[in-house]
Write a protein that binds this ligand. Structure first.
Ligand SMILES: *Cc1c(COP(=O)(O)O)cnc(C)c1O
Length: 384
């Protein structure tokens, strides 16, 4: 791995380096942006090079958009009446899209970490919406919003990437007729099982479980979500780039309103081919589950390591591991980083003595096993 050799050379003399024989083959454990398979990058530099720098209004790029839309529909066995819609701006942009095009008057949110809380804040700030109902639970736990009369959209995250806690994806019992379910699948999509019929908008970005780069949002929309978006655009002013009905119309033509990130589309299409070639979503889910079982059983047995999230909410795609107060997680992550094992730092605003490790399907379970050996080694060095 060239990046490992390069960072090893930058070591300060006082920083211990993890012995080479313990290191993973690939040292990328970030929870987003996350590992991109080297084969996907080679494919971008190879056949992908022919579409880079060419018009997104012409057939080659539109075919690429079509490949991505079909590949995602196949991965999730999407019902006939659901559609795959995409546009620029990542999942953060989708929250703004939703406050204009999916929430009619009032939303309800479960907030159990940074990302689920951010959507609630976006809705709270929107002057055309009523104050949202927010159910907040402590980081490390998860919740779904309960039914509230008058609420027309319910929102939560499938996997809260900042904490590694998952919530079930299911319709809200007792909700008003026609209320929509909007689920943030940013880090879950491509790595966790899903019954898409329980949602009206399941949205995500491709730089996490889907092993691509950032810049786009994608969403599975139900007919009810499409109907809502097409109605709201006739009743309120919506900036064009935030108007979901515009994104729907463009996506149906395998286009985007403005220039998309073509490399991101290419890497995503490659990942979808890779998953399909190995058995689809079951394969992806199995890879992450295997990594999760490796890291959680190691942590459960380690005297200095405790998973932050209780078993019932524990994520199969992002593990958060609290370290004993006698060791400084910042130091552990720094030694790992200096050895080429990257991005094990916790989510910055969580402020815990913790390591966070992505278990996305692109990451080899054997590398997760190697990571546990690296952490064992670092903990021994720091204790000694
Ligand atoms: C990363 C992430 C986001 C933000 O995605 P961007 O594409 O950076 O806007 C939103 N929600 C969840 C759950 C995430 O993991």
């Amino acid at each position: 791995m060239p990046h490992r050799a390069a960072s090893a050379r930058m070591l300060r003399v006082s920083t211990p380096a993890v012995p080479a024989h313990l290191l993973p083959a690939d040292g990328r454990f970030g929870s987003g942006p996350a590992k991109v398979r080297p084969e996907a990058l080679a494919s971008l530099a190879g056949p992908g090079a022919a579409v880079m720098g060419t018009s997104h209004r012409q057939a080659p790029v539109r075919q690429l958009v079509g490949r991505v839309r079909r590949g995602l529909a196949e991965l999730y066995a999407l019902p006939e009446d659901h559609e795959v819609v995409l546009a620029n701006g990542g999942s953060t942009q989708f929250w703004d899209v939703a406050t204009f095009s999916l929430v009619q008057r009032r939303s309800a949110h479960a907030a159990f970490g940074e990302f689920s809380a951010k959507f609630a804040r976006a809705a709270a700030r929107a002057p055309h919406l009523d104050e949202p109902v927010v159910t907040e639970v402590a980081p490390g736990s998860a919740a779904v919003p309960g039914a509230v009369p008058g609420v027309d959209a319910y929102a939560w995250a499938h996997n809260e990437t900042s904490t590694g806690a998952c919530a079930p994806v299911q319709r809200v019992e007792g909700a008003d007729e026609g209320a929509l379910v909007l689920v943030d699948g940013t880090s879950a999509a491509g790595g966790m099982p899903l019954d898409v019929t329980q949602t009206d908008a399941y949205y995500f970005a491709p730089q996490k479980s889907l092993g691509s780069d950032g810049g786009l949002w994608l969403a599975f929309l139900s007919p009810a979500a499409v109907e809502r978006a097409e109605r709201l655009t006739t009743t309120r002013w919506i900036p064009e780039s935030l108007d979901l009905s515009v994104a729907i119309a463009n996506s149906r033509a395998d286009q985007t309103l403005n220039t998309p990130a073509i490399a991101t589309l290419w890497l995503l299409a490659d990942q979808l081919d890779w998953l399909a070639g190995h058995g689809g979503l079951d394969f992806a889910v199995g890879r992450s589950r295997e990594s999760a079982s490796i890291i959680y059983s190691w942590a459960d047995a380690h005297p200095l390591v405790t998973p932050m999230v209780a078993e019932e909410f524990r994520s199969p795609v992002v593990a958060t591991l609290d370290l004993d107060a006698s060791v400084d997680a910042t130091q552990v992550a720094a030694v790992l980083r200096a050895s080429g094992v990257l991005d094990t730092e916790p989510y910055r605003k969580l402020g815990r003595n913790q390591l966070r490790v992505a278990l996305f399907p692109t990451i080899d379970p054997e590398d997760v096993r190697a990571l546990t050996r690296c952490v064992d080694w670092v903990l021994e060095q720091l204790a000694g």
